[in-house]
Ligand binder design. Sequence first.
Ligand SMILES: Nc1ncnc2c1ncn2[C@@H]1O[C@H](COP(=O)(O)OP(=O)(O)OP(=O)(O)O)[C@@H](O)[C@H]1O
Length: 580
Amino acid sequence: MRALLSLLGDIRRLAVPYFKSEERWIAIGLLAAVIALELAWVFATVMLNEWNVAFYNAIQEKDFAAFKTQILIFCAIAAGAIVVAVYQIYLKQWLEVRWRRWLTRRYLGAWLGDDVHYRLRLGGDEADNPDQRIAEDVQSFISRTISVGVGLLGTVVSLVSFSVILWNLSGSLPLNLFGRELNVPGYLFWAALIYAAGGTLLAHFIGRPLVRLNFEQQRYEANFRVDLVRVRENGEQIALLDGAQAEERKLEGRFSHIFGNFVELMKAQKRLTWFTAGYNQISTIFPYVVVAPAYFSGQIQLGQLMQTASAFSSVQGSFSFFISSYVTLAEWTSVVQRLTGFEKAIAAAQATRPTESLASLPATKALALRGLDVRLPGGAPLIATDELHIAHGECVLITGPSGAGKTTLLRAIAGIWPYSTGSVHRHAEHRLMVLPQKPYVPAGRLDVALAYPRPVADVPRDQIAEALTAVGLSDLAGRLDAEALWPHELSLGEQQRISIARALLEAPEVLLLDEATSAVDEATEAALYRLLRERLPESTFISIGHRNTLVDLHDRVLHLHGEETPRMLGPAAPPALKAV
Ligand SMILES: Nc1ncnc2c1ncn2[C@@H]1O[C@H](COP(=O)(O)OP(=O)(O)OP(=O)(O)O)[C@@H](O)[C@H]1O
């Protein structure tokens, strides 16, 4: 019971915001129309139930005129029902697609905003496969919420309407049990209730494992897909390492989870189908068995028999809503759990936001680190600093052994690393740009890749071509409109030069270079640094690198000292470095 209440709470939390959003009037209007059409559908079935009496009585009495009238009445009811069916699906789909657009935008905003996507990844596996949650779970949640919600409403209304009909019919039908006449008010209703409620409980009991199995299935499917994408993206490295077999083994391992879980799912579904199929078959005959004694003893006519049977099966069908839609409900529940988990993980990532310190600094300083203490996601200390200032226009090199934490320090300075205390101060109006060792060059048009993340229309075309030429890629300057998978086509050194060209176009006040020239030869590296300092004389540079030749290209060297963590960032011992 508590689980059900918490599920309902989760559904409300996921569903209500759309109906309070800026689109609320359209959303509420569409929902109201869909509900009205559902009610109209129930009304049509009630009318058909009434129609049963006159129609079958006309048949029994061989009254051809009444029969023809009833056929016309049927056509009128059926025409109405057709219009209702068409518009109910159409408007339901409108509601679905608009709601999906709204929720997708909301999740995209929350996931991409404030670098939450990055911190979610750092935080581990709590919200696995966000791509699947945004692309599939949202759609699945919305379509199931509408179909289950509206279906449930229709069921309840139909249940009430037909229960009243059954109750009234019971009054005119004495209950004949083993030759004795009993007087049980509304006995047809009670018979339907006991039959259906018993069935619902049993279906719940048998089908319960489906919720967990569906949840797992979606996770395994997503893991498999993600690994397939990784193989596609790293095809060259895998081919060079001759890693096809290793990949195959891994993918087969992933698929074995899908297979194993699906077999469990099949078995659970089979157990449920044994029950539901049998139950549905018995349901066809059950109402006739209940009212047959009254019919054969001549107490009722064929019309009433048919009306009773149809009302009975409507009531029983309403009660059996949970049985017939158990699988949908199970999938719906697992989708609700996945989206709720995603929202919680996003909220947790938003809460672990790195503290930005854009305090006022003297104009001569570009950056100040105050008692910065950088840690790993697990909490282990990595780097510590005392008070450290970097002057405006200065060019600083940070050195240290591999794995000492240089990249992580740059992440903390750039304000994306949430596991640090102390503060990093810089001027609020200053733009900061990071050039990583492996640049992100999006696939598509080259000019778009160079302008990234700005819209290409904002960057003059001749400037893009000039920047490319300046970094030694004049061949590419003539291919700005070309579309390609650039990370596959260009060498790492060329990609790094594209990244430098992007920095020239962006001209940030603070530029962090994380081994951003490691893949070019030393002469080119020196030329690129000279170019950057010449074109961006006002900018402050902080670089990470291992080559000793970098020392002469910078004004100052800071080193990560110590053998133990946390390593201390401080001035380098000049002789040791310069001596090499
Ligand atoms: N997201 C992460 N989760 C857990 N540990 C991490 C994460 N990122 C980095 N680390 C760990 O932090 C340590 C420092 O990594 P970092 O990349 O900052 O070192 P580095 O000094 O830049 O190394 P290199 O010179 O080899 O590039 C490493 O031990 C690394 O395994």
